[in-house]
Design a protein around this ligand. Structure first.
Ligand SMILES: [Zn+2]
Length: 278
């Protein structure tokens, strides 16, 4: 018998089994809507185009919280185009963020889309040391609009504002990722569980269950693009690809010489030391 049939059947079986899994959403902390402005912890702001993107591309934020003691604050830039479902999506988002130990900053109480002034004000209020947002050509109108809004807001910041910039990909792969970040099974399971709390979205399309497949494929791509063509395959299985740069003296500039792979046995601190002010 072809042994790979076992492999494929095992994947299929695991997927079918996971279709019946649920988590309560009560773990590990109660939902909180507002982060503390006064907190002295270093802050990471996730500018999420939709509720659910924070989990899909959230590996960097989750590892930063666990390894660097960074406070993670999600900033939903839109609640989707369907006005009737915005309240439901807010509720799901709060549960997902609470599950991961993140707070959620809703800048407009009517849940309408944020503009460049809202984002600049959010940056001023929280003074983040890291921001996370989609890359310029992420293949979805809202994701690409969020990229432009965030970079427009950075351009309005005072000259002394500095932060690390982490660009994400999902709907269209970026051409030039420079960070391949590994998540182990426990970390990935946390992201999937939080993503599953977006009930309305994943009941339509269970993309929480395909997240491991996406992250396996990221490793295939990242090994060539970051490790170099023909590089020995990484020992990582599940990874997310990012582009890392920095905002200094009112412009975006390179932080890394070439690319970097950070496995679970490496620390994110190896990246952060490159940006002293983090
Ligand atoms: Zn999205």
């Amino acid at each position: 018998m072809n042994p790979y049939q076992d492999y494929v059947e095992g994947l299929e079986l695991a997927y079918k089994k996971a279709e019946s899994y649920t988590v309560t959403g009560a773990h590990p902390v109660e939902p909180s809507t507002e982060p503390s402005v006064e907190s002295r912890a270093s802050k990471l702001l996730l500018f999420s185009p939709h509720p659910d993107d924070e989990c899909i591309t959230g590996l960097f934020a989750l590892r930063a919280m666990q390894e660097l003691d960074v406070e993670v604050i999600n900033v939903p830039v839109t609640f989707g185009s369907d006005r009737a479902s915005r309240e439901r999506r807010l509720d799901e988002l709060e549960r997902a963020c609470a599950y991961l130990g993140w707070s959620n900053h809703v800048a407009r109480s009517d849940l309408s889309d944020l503009d460049v002034e809202d984002i600049a004000e959010t940056l001023c209020v929280f003074q983040p040391s890291v921001i996370v947002y989609p890359h310029k050509l992420d293949g979805h109108r809202t994701h690409e609009a969020v990229h432009a809004l965030v970079e427009g807001a950075l351009g309005q910041m005072p000259e002394n504002f500095e932060c690390l910039l982490i660009e994400t990909e999902f709907w269209r792969a970026m051409e030039n990722p420079n960070l391949m970040l590994e998540g182990d099974s426990a970390t990935l399971a946390e992201l999937i569980a939080a993503l599953s709390l977006h009930h309305g979205e994943v009941s339509r399309n269970p993309y929480h269950l395909s997240l491991p497949a996406w992250m396996l494929d990221n490793t295939r791509r990242g090994t060539e693009l970051i490790g170099g063509k023909g590089a020995q395959a990484s020992t990582c299985h599940f990874t997310t690809l990012y582009h890392v740069s920095q905002w200094v003296s009112q412009e975006k500039s390179n932080l890394l010489d070439g690319g970097m792979t950070i496995s679970m046995s490496d620390s994110l601190a190896s990246l952060v030391t490159k940006k002293e002010s983090l």
